[in-house]
Design a protein around this ligand. Structure first.
Ligand code: SF4
Length: 216
C-alpha cells in the first residue's frame, strides 16, 4: 500500500498494533517497531495460542452474520496497516472484534487499537462503523466499544505520534511505573538502560580524561 504525506512524499505505513504499544508505553513501541525486540514470556506464549484460531484467514457465516478472520486492514488517510482478528458483518456493516488474553478490563490502549481497525474498515468498505468489541479469553466476555469522536481523535493523535517516533529513530525514556511489571520487554528494556548508562559513563570518563580531570 502506498501512503503519501501532505508534501506528496511517500511514507511507510504504521502498524495498527504500534498504536496500542505506543499508548501503553512509547519506549515499548520503539523497542518493538524500531529495534524489532520481541521477548517471549508465559503471557506472550499464551497470547500466541489465543490468536492461533483467529489468525487464519477464514470466511464463514455464523447465525446470519458473516465472519471474517485474519482480515487485512489498511487506511491510506491515516497511513495504517494491519490485520483484524475477527470482523463480523452485520448486514454488511463491519464490527471488529479484537481477541485479548486475560480477564475483562477497561484499558484505553486496547480500545484505541480496535477503533483504529474501525477507521480502516470505514475507509475500505464505505460503511460507518459505530462500534466493535474486545473479547477476553480468560473471562470469555466481550467489552463493547463505542467509537465516539473522542476515541477517533485519540487514534489520529496516537498514529501521528507513532509516525513521529519511528521517523525520529530514538528510544524514548521508560515509564518506570506499574506498567513495567506486566511488560514482556522488561528484561530487554532494562538491559538497554544499563547498557546506555555504561556507554554514558565511558563517554564522561573520556571527556574528563581529555579535559585533564584525574580519574576517580
Ligand atoms: S519495561 Fe516499562 S519502560 Fe520498559 S518498555 Fe516495558 S513498560 Fe516501557
Amino acid at each position: 500500500m502506498n501512503v503519501y504525506a501532505a508534501s506528496g512524499e511517500e511514507i511507510e505505513p504504521v502498524m495498527i498494533s504500534a498504536l496500542e504499544h505506543y499508548s501503553y508505553c512509547p519506549r515499548q513501541c520503539a523497542l518493538i517497531h524500531l529495534e524489532q525486540t520481541f521477548d517471549e514470556n508465559i503471557y506472550t506464549l499464551k497470547g500466541h495460542i489465543a490468536h492461533e484460531r483467529v489468525d487464519q484467514a477464514i470466511v464463514r457465516n455464523e447465525d446470519d452474520i458473516r465472519v471474517e478472520r485474519g482480515l487485512p486492514l489498511w487506511s491510506r488517510q491515516l497511513g495504517l496497516t494491519g490485520k483484524a482478528d475477527v470482523v463480523e458483518f452485520h448486514n454488511n456493516v463491519p464490527y471488529p472484534v479484537e481477541y485479548k488474553l486475560g480477564k475483562q478490563r477497561k484499558w484505553q490502549y486496547e480500545a484505541i487499537q480496535v477503533c483504529a481497525q474501525a477507521l480502516c474498515l470505514e475507509e475500505m468498505t464505505g460503511y460507518a462503523v459505530p462500534s466493535g468489541a474486545i473479547y477476553y479469553c480468560s473471562s470469555r466476555t466481550r467489552r463493547e466499544i463505542d467509537f465516539d469522536m473522542q476515541l477517533r481523535e485519540k487514534v489520529v493523535e496516537v498514529a501521528e505520534a507513532v509516525r513521529a517516533l519511528l521517523t525520529s529513530m530514538t528510544l524514548p525514556p521508560g515509564v518506570n511505573d506499574q506498567r513495567c511489571e506486566k511488560c514482556s520487554l522488561i528484561e530487554s528494556c532494562m538491559q538497554k538502560k544499563v547498557h546506555n548508562a555504561n556507554e554514558r559513563d565511558i563517554e564522561y570518563a573520556l571527556c574528563d580524561q581529555r579535559a585533564g580531570v584525574p580519574a576517580p
